[in-house]
Design a protein around this ligand. Structure first.
Ligand code: FAD
Length: 530
């Protein structure tokens, strides 16, 4: 079978299909996980806000989505424990009524998760809330509710799914855009036309089944297969900022329960920064996914209201935005109120199967539904799904203290050892193996940074990284940590790419210049001084 799109949905489907014995190829028009799947709030969660909407609107669809996500959350934590963890979140309350309301609501959240609950929620007094998060604004604070959800590294999770898929015989192609289908006499799809985005060459993929997992682009692929299909998606843009972690003075995250547009905002400690997001605004496919000064103003205004800080755009170290692919329901409903559930659609005319909508947290369940459908179409029956307890690459034998062993064995700083294990799990030893032949690879990628040069070589050779952005953004996370650090590291990464791919000096210079230009554009779009 052929899967189009290598985000959370496509990668989940690819692994599931390959493990069930379907010989599978996946292609993506850009880098793997370069769409919504690396621009999420990075929460493996049921969604407190969706539960609130389910109760307030007596909406069974929302409730079912929350219940499914709460049960899926635990699988993410078990299947890749180095990429996902339990996170404590605090909901600050400014009246007794609010405190009772959120305490009861979060008890219901625990109850729905039942045996898959991470730890029970509890009501905190004002003094206890301030002990746990001293930066909370204390005037008028009555208390807070503490509850648990999951947090994960979305880009690395997707790439790890890709690696696990390839280890089990699956075939991956990045930078390959699907541009058309070929059909047999009965109008059923039999081949896909694609273009290699790097060389410009065209090629074809023949398959017995085609699965459309292109997120926000899914309607395009659907109409490419069958022009009479009506559009099914509505798109919504979400922006995030990264500011210094010291702002929150806590290991717990903050949930801002109500913004002016009736949403929630999270401020979560994430890989040494405080990640703040997100917005939710109707979007078009052609919109550029950059963060704007208005989005920064909106997010910072709410953080400043809840924490004893006065953040300005000058405090923003990095930012990113992504496009949610939401399945349409009634017209006139705002995107923030649309159910984040998924649908598997089989087009009887072309036989294209599309997996639409969903959340990162439910990627595995979506894939199970998608591959069940593929097997029913191909064979009239389905076989057992194997992904529920399946450990992903780098997870086997992983323990949280593994970084100490690595630090001692390779004389690494704690920051580097922790960074490596958080990105590669047990495969960190494969990264470090490279330094046995070349000790220069132990050097940090930029001054005072945790990532080391060996990671760059490893991800070029083992993870199909093709560009500076593939390495600094999705594989090593430097561009999430700070745009300035990413700009500092770019020339070094350019040299390693040049060496591995035998680039000429002018190709290397162009690649570094193009990356630095893209970072300058991010600063400029956000209205931040460089
Ligand atoms: C701002 C924001 C915050 C979110 N926060 C959370 C959260 O905290 N928790 C959670 O569970 N979920 C969250 N989500 C939802 C989650 O991120 C998405 O539902 C999920 O990532 C969608 O994955 P996908 O694979 O369907 O789409 P994508 O990740 O967008 O992948 C689609 C892929 O298809 C490729 N493609 C497109 N056209 C073609 C073509 N012609 N040929 C080949 N390939 C093509 C693209 O390059 C892309 O890589 C959030 C989403 C956003 C945008």
């Amino acid at each position: 079978m052929c899967i189009i799109g290598g985000g959370a949905t496509g990668m989940g489907c690819a692994l599931d299909a390959q493990l069930r014995g379907l010989s599978t190829v996946l292609l993506d028009s850009g880098d793997f996980v370069s769409g919504a799947s690396s621009s999420s709030t990075k929460l493996a969660h049921g969604g407190v806000r969706y539960l609130q909407q389910a109760v307030e609107n007596l909406d069974f669809g929302q409730y079912a989505m929350v219940r499914e996500a709460l049960h899926e959350r635990i699988h993410m934590l078990r299947c890749a424990p180095y990429l996902a963890r339990a996170l404590e979140l605090l909901v600050p309350c400014f009246s007794w009524w609010e405190l009772v309301y959120f305490t009861l609501g979060l008890k219901v959240y625990d109850l729905i998760a039942s045996a898959d609950s991470l730890f029970p929620s509890r009501m905190l007094s004002k003094a206890e809330s301030l002990r746990r998060m001293p930066s909370l604004r204390s005037d008028k604070l009555v208390g807070a509710v503490s509850y648990a959800d999951g947090q994960f590294d979305d880009a690395r999770f997707g790439l790890t799914l890709a690696k696990t898929f390839a280890e089990h015989g699956g075939e991956l192609i990045n930078y390959a855009r699907a541009i058309g289908f070929g059909k047999n006499e009965s109008g059923k799809l039999e081949l896909l036309e694609a273009t290699d985005q790097i060389t410009g060459e065209r090629f074809q993929v023949r398959a017995r089944a085609f699965l459309n997992c292109t997120g926000a682009f899914a309607d395009r692929i659907r109409t490419m297969a069958n022009p009479t299909l009506p559009e099914r998606l509505r798109l919504s843009k979400g922006a995030h900022l990264l500011v210094p972690l010291e702002v929150i003075q806590s290991g717990a995250a903050l949930l801002i329960p109500k913004t002016e547009d009736g949403r929630v905002i999270f401020a979560t400690p994430w890989l040494g920064r405080l990640l703040v997001g997100t917005t939710d605004d109707e979007a078009k496919l052609s919109d550029e996914m950059v963060v704007t000064p208005d989005e920064i103003k909106f997010l910072l205004k709410h953080v400043n209201r809840y924490l004893k800080v006065d953040l300005t755009s000058g405090d923003v170290l990095a930012a990113f935005a992504g496009m949610r692919p939401l399945v349409k329901s009634k017209a006139g409903v705002s995107t923030s109120k649309l159910i984040r559930g998924h649908e598997v659609e089989v087009d009887d005319v072309s036989s294209l199967i599309s997996v639409l909508g969903g959340k990162w947290t439910t990627y595995r369940a979506m894939a199970e539904d998608g591959i069940n459908q593929v097997q029913r179409v191909l064979y009239g029956k389905q076989t057992a799904c194997r992904t529920r307890e399946f450990l992903l690459a780098g997870a086997e034998g992983f323990l949280p203290g593994y970084w100490e062993q690595l630090a001692a064995e390779y004389q690494l700083s704690p920051e580097t050892a922790i960074h490596l294990t958080q990105k590669f799990g047990m495969e960190s030893s494969k990264v470090l193996e490279l330094t046995r032949h070349d000790s220069q690879l132990l050097k940090p990628l930029y001054d005072h940074g945790a990532p080391i040069c060996a990671e760059v070589v490893y991800v070029i050779r083992e993870e199909m990284a093709q560009t500076i952005e593939d390495i600094l953004l999705r594989r090593l996370g430097v561009q999430f940590h700070g745009w300035k650090e990413a700009a500092l590291a770019a020339p070094v990464v350019g040299q390693f790419l040049a060496h591995e791919f035998s680039w000429t000096a002018s190709q290397t210079k162009d690649a570094v210049a193009a990356y630095l230009h893209s970072i300058a554009h991010l600063f400029q779009s956000a209205g931040i001084e460089k």
